[in-house]
Structure formats: structure tokens, C-alpha cells
Design a binder for this molecule. Structure first.
Ligand code: RB5
Length: 154
């Protein structure tokens, strides 16, 4: 069993019913590798609306009291909840299906949230994605201005 001495910060997580089972497994993984987790819901696998969860998760991720500023959202496909999360000002949410995307969304896009599909992505791939998302730094440089242009679109 893993023993956690210190926390690496708090990861925000949320899902609708379509992403609930994968979310629970991701939460366990995050705790095992030393993160605290704030789950904005849903807290049972009953039907709910993914835009509500995306809004809660996006706002919690960007809350000034949250030093890590990383969020993970899960719905059935990952599509709806990623679209909705990106409506929260300041959120850059990448819909991911593989490790490469997880690395690139940090290096080039400075993503602060990721979206996964509970019906499309298996748990082991999801863990790889989460690990890369949380451990890869933004490269800055030429990407700084491009990300700035994204954020200036309204
Ligand atoms: C819920 O059935 C499903 O529509 C939702 O989880 C998500 O896949 C939407 O994009």
C-alpha cells in the first residue's frame, strides 16, 4: 500500500453519470500518487447535466485559493463536458484520448483542464493521461503569444 507523506496539491474533478465510473477510478489513482482531490459531483451515478458539472469544475479549478489550478472532467464521450468547461473564462480544457495529447496540451497549450470519455477511454490509458497532464510543464516561448491569443478571443 502506498504511504503519502505530503500532498502535491488539490486536483478538481467532476463528472456526469456517463463519466462517473471512470472518475471514481481516477480519484483513487490521484490519491495514490499524492494529490488531494475535490470532487464537485456528481456523487452518485444518477442522470445529471454535464454543463452544470463543467461550470462547477471550471470555477473551482480557477479559484484563487487553489494553487495547483488543474481540473479533470469526465462525461460519456468527453465532448460535451469539454465544450462546456471551455465556456468558463480562463479555462483551457483539452479533450484527450492518449498520452501524446496529454503532453502536448501542457507543453504547447498550457491546458489547465482535461476532459475524458468514460465510454471511450479505459482506466489504464486514463491514468497515463492524468499523470502526463499533471507532470508536464508549459514550454512558454513561442507558445506564450498563441495561448494569449486564445485567451483574447471573446
Ligand atoms: C450522457 O448520456 C452523455 O450525453 C454525456 O455524458 C456526454 O457524452 C455528452 O457529451
Amino acid at each position: 500500500m502506498a504511504t503519502i507523506a505530503t500532498t502535491k496539491g488539490t486536483v478538481i474533478i467532476g463528472s456526469d453519470h456517463g463519466g462517473f465510473d471512470l472518475k471514481i477510478q481516477i480519484v483513487e489513482h490521484l490519491k495514490t500518487i499524492g494529490y488531494q482531490v475535490h470532487d464537485v459531483g456528481c456523487h452518485q451515478p444518477e442522470r445529471c447535466d454535464y454543463p452544470d458539472i463543467a461550470a462547477l469544475a471550471g470555477k473551482a479549478t480557477l479559484d484563487s485559493s487553489n494553487t495547483l489550478q488543474r481540473g479533470i472532467v469526465v462525461c460519456g464521450s468527453g465532448i460535451g463536458i469539454s465544450i462546456a468547461a471551455n465556456k468558463v473564462p480562463g479555462v483551457r480544457c483539452a479533450l484527450l484520448h492518449d498520452h501524446y495529447g496529454a503532453v502536448m496540451c501542457r507543453k504547447h497549450n498550457n491546458a489547465n483542464m482535461i476532459a475524458l470519455g468514460g465510454r471511450t477511454t479505459g482506466v489504464e490509458i486514463a491514468k497515463e493521461i492524468v499523470d502526463a497532464f499533471l507532470s508536464t510543464e508549459f514550454e512558454g516561448g513561442r507558445h506564450e503569444g498563441r495561448v494569449g491569443k486564445i485567451m483574447s478571443i471573446c
